[in-house]
Design a protein. Structure first.
Length: 433
């Protein structure tokens, strides 16, 4: 049985431990629960979002036995359980360990890996990232050094289509069709070309190089490094890769500005087996919806709070898609919920100024418009990347901005009036720049 931590404050870390920088890494995990207004919260890291039916069933069982029964998908393809008893840590750890969801207690919060969810399914990527995914997770869990990574540090495995490359990961591996891979460090255009088979090892070496820089600067993520340190990091990674015997050359490739999620519906390209892509309104799954998904096949949870169901018999695909639609999930382009997201808001979060999920539901508009994300406070937890409409609760109303990356334009504040708010959001979502 893995040792578990309850929702009590974590023990102090040694001064040299990277997780103790700036007062400690407060990111919740499966073994470090977070106290919220609706009970304790656990965040279970699921590399690549990949869950077997057995693992998905175990998560659903844990949510029902120990929490409020619901499962919440995050913007990194992970799962949060809410409403947990504050003393359930050991029982939750045992359930997750038995299902193979906790391969290393020391590394459970650093297994932040997103991957192209349609890799190997639709024939559009340059490489299948599944071997990278299992290889990188094994290397992360087997390294003493990577246990010091922050729970915020993110790896991305992109099969070449550019979907998760746009998510702002700290380290991104990009597939190519020529037997090589590109390693991007942060958001820069400079990339390092390595043999594809060495991709996971290169990402591990890059993470270790970041940790060495972070010890001097106190940075949690690559984007937090001072400019001079960040500029020197790729050269240090090259030095370490060559010392490890990895062939590496420098190249350039701009990072995409917009992260495009898989289209909802039947995934094209399946022959012997079909795959289905569905969206989850506000990332919230009630028990019946989770059972339907988890019983359909292997899951790939996406960074866009959706799921791809794989291994579906072709003659079952249309009927299953209809059942998922009847259950309230997004199965096609016509749903008004497509592109609508929100943080947990009130009453689950004490910092939130509004019940933004209820407000998002009241203001949901026609499908196919610019995405919109509702936040209950200035932290804007879980906000997306690319271009979207940013709605933030502020004292006395809501601030509405059009975001493109970190640049806000057209900012306006709307007083607390549901009709005026819905109209302002609809207008803001009307056109894509």
């Amino acid at each position: 049985m893995l040792a578990a931590m309850s929702a009590s404050p974590s023990a102090p870390r040694p001064p040299g431990d990277a997780r103790s920088r700036s007062g400690g890494d407060a990111c919740p995990g499966a073994l470090r629960l977070h106290r919220a207004d609706d009970g304790a919260l656990a965040r279970i890291r699921i590399p690549g979002g990949v869950l077997t039916p057995r693992q998905a069933d175990a998560l659903g069982g844990a949510a029902g036995r120990l929490g409020d029964g619901e499962l919440h998908l995050t913007s990194r393809g992970n799962v949060q359980l809410r409403g947990l008893r504050p003393d359930c840590g050991s029982e939750l750890a045992g359930l997750l360990d038995e299902a193979g969801l906790l391969p290393s207690a020391r590394h459970e919060r650093v297994r932040n890996v997103v991957a192209s969810p349609l890799s190997g399914l639709d024939g559009l990527g340059s490489a299948d990232v599944r071997d990278w995914l299992t290889g990188l997770d094994r290397l992360l869990c087997g390294s003493d050094g990577t246990a010091a990574l922050s729970g915020r540090f993110l790896f991305a495995l992109d099969d070449g289509r550019g979907d998760v490359d746009a998510l702002g990961a700290d380290l991104t591996l990009l597939g190519r069709g020529d037997g090589t891979a590109l390693l991007r460090v942060g958001a820069g255009e400079e990339v390092l070309r390595v043999p594809a088979a060495d991709g996971p090892r290169a990402a591990l070496i890059a993470a270790e190089a970041f940790l060495a820089a972070a010890r001097e600067t106190g940075a949690w993520r690559v984007k937090d490094l001072p400019d001079t340190t960040a500029a020197a990091l790729p050269a240090e990674i090259v030095r370490r890769l060559r010392r490890a015997g990895t062939a590496v050359t420098a190249d350039r490739r701009p990072r995409p500005l917009e992260a495009l999620p898989p289209a909802h519906g039947r995934v094209p390209g399946g022959h012997r087996e079909a795959a289905l892509s569905v969206g989850v309104p506000l990332g919230r799954l009630v028990p019946a919806q989770w059972r339907l998904l988890s019983g359909a096949g292997e899951l790939r949870l996406t960074p866009w709070r959706g799921a791809v169901v794989t291994g579906v018999a072709p003659d079952r695909a249309d009927g299953l898609l209809d059942a998922l639609a009847d259950a309230g999930l997004i199965t096609g382009p016509g749903s008004p919920w497509a592109g609508v997201g929100a943080c947990i808001g009130r009453p689950g979060c004490a910092k939130s100024l509004a019940d933004v999920r209820a407000e998002a539901g009241a203001a949901v508009g026609p499908a196919g418009r610019l995405p919109v994300y509702w936040s209950g406070c200035e932290r804007r937890c879980g906000r997306p990347h690319g271009e979207w409409i940013d709605v933030v609760a502020v004292p006395g109303g809501h601030r509405i901005s059009r975001m493109r990356g970190d640049l806000a334009t057209g900012t306006a504040t709307v007083a607390d009036d549901p009709e005026a708010l819905a109209a302002a959001v609809a207008t803001a979502r009307g056109t894509r720049t």
